[in-house]
Design a protein around this ligand. Structure first.
Ligand code: SF4
Length: 350
């Protein structure tokens, strides 16, 4: 028997809420290992594999599941509960050996209480300690997401720890020339291989041909960020066990509850769960810049021209004194929508 789960990817690049809940349910019942394959139905892309499967099986909503059993036709299930009842329960009970409640799955999975305990222990810890904690566990399976801004402080800290780590940078193709020069400067300064992650050529070609190069000014940044940032990020994170971001609580109204550690609620890692660490969560902008200055860390020259937050060139502008730094991003949109889909949900340690 081969089971395919079809999840829906929203224009923002995030999975739909019901898909997240269905996966969480499967995991909590020890049945996630029984899902052989996950396929995405991408909103607005009828040619995506998941959309084609939905049409083929007459499914109108995601998630749904396609079960291929030997000798019989494929059967589609729109209900995860029915799938578990009819297809997964016997196998789960057999694994347990007593027909009772399911075992913990063999796939790597952390107990919520362990995650909560670690999150409590790390909350308030110095960023260097948080980094050492995760790098000692995951080494190169931990990736620092470098945005080309003041999160360079994390690269400096990781470098000084002497522990192995990986670094990637989402190259949307729309970054400032100054940012590209800065990435190269950091690469040379630390003698560090920085992986530049590009959008997939075909979805980008389809998007640009259909919407042009500046559609975000008319209908919002989610679709463009979905193609240029979120999908490449999803592809990249699938190779790692954990990732580290430069998010801070003082950056914007959308980041006031950023935890130091959480299980990523939106992306999956190589072994399913993905640990997400935000070592700078509790630091202020002043603390971050004090570190950069005190340690002679190279920084993006755009900061000297009033750019507090740095992203893509068409979507970033300098901020005025006393403005939140994220006010320089997507300034034509509401403050509560100033996330690109990389960090949309922040439930602590969940
Ligand atoms: S920040 Fe702007 S240009 Fe960059 S991916 Fe998002 S919408 Fe596109």
């Amino acid at each position: 028997m081969h089971i395919t789960m079809v999840k829906k990817q929203l224009l923002s690049g995030d999975p739909c809420r019901k898909c997240i809940e269905a996966e969480a349910l499967l995991r909590s019942r020890g049945a996630w290992d029984r899902i052989d394959q996950v396929i995405w139905a991408v909103e607005g892309q009828p040619e995506s594999e998941g959309m084609r499967l939905a049409e083929q099986h007459g499914m109108e909503a995601a998630p749904f599941f396609v079960v291929d059993a030997e000798g019989g036709p494929a059967v589609a299930y729109s209900s995860v509960l029915r799938l578990m009842r009819e297809r997964l329960r016997p196998a789960v009970a057999e694994a347990k050996g007593d027909g009772g409640r399911p075992q913990v799955p063999s796939r790597a999975q952390s107990a919520p209480e362990d995650v909560q305990a670690a999150a409590r222990a790390l909350d308030g810890a110095e960023p260097q300690d948080v980094l050492r904690w995760v790098l000692a566990r995951h080494g190169r399976d931990c990736a620092l997401a470098f945005s080309g801004a003041e999160d360079v402080a994390l690269i400096d800290m990781a470098h000084k720890s002497g522990l192995p780590f990986s670094v990637f940078c989402l190259d949307t193709g729309r970054l400032h020339p100054e940012t590209y020069r800065f990435i190269e400067k950091v690469r040379q300064h630390y003698d560090l291989p920085i992986e530049l992650v590009s959008p997939e050529a075909e979805p980008l070609r389809v998007f640009v041909q259909k919407k042009g190069l500046f559609s975000f000014y008319d209908d919002g940044h989610q679709e463009c960020c979905g193609v240029r940032k979120v999908a490449p990020l999803r592809r990249t994170l699938a190779r790692f066990k954990s990732w580290v971001t430069g998010q801070r609580r003082d950056q914007s109204p959308t980041r006031t509850d950023v935890p130091t550690l959480q299980l990523d609620p939106a992306f999956e890692g190589r072994e399913g769960e993905l640990w997400k660490l935000n070592p700078l969560a509790g630091w202020s902008s002043e603390q971050t810049w004090s570190y950069i200055r005190a340690n002679g860390v190279p920084y993006n020259e755009l900061h000297e021209r009033g750019f507090a937050s740095i992203g893509c060139e068409p979507c970033t502008r300098p901020t005025l004194p006393n403005q939140h730094e994220r006010e320089g991003r997507w300034w034509w949109e509401e403050a509560t929508r100033k996330e690109c889909g990389l960090h949309t949900v922040h439930p602590a340690a969940s």
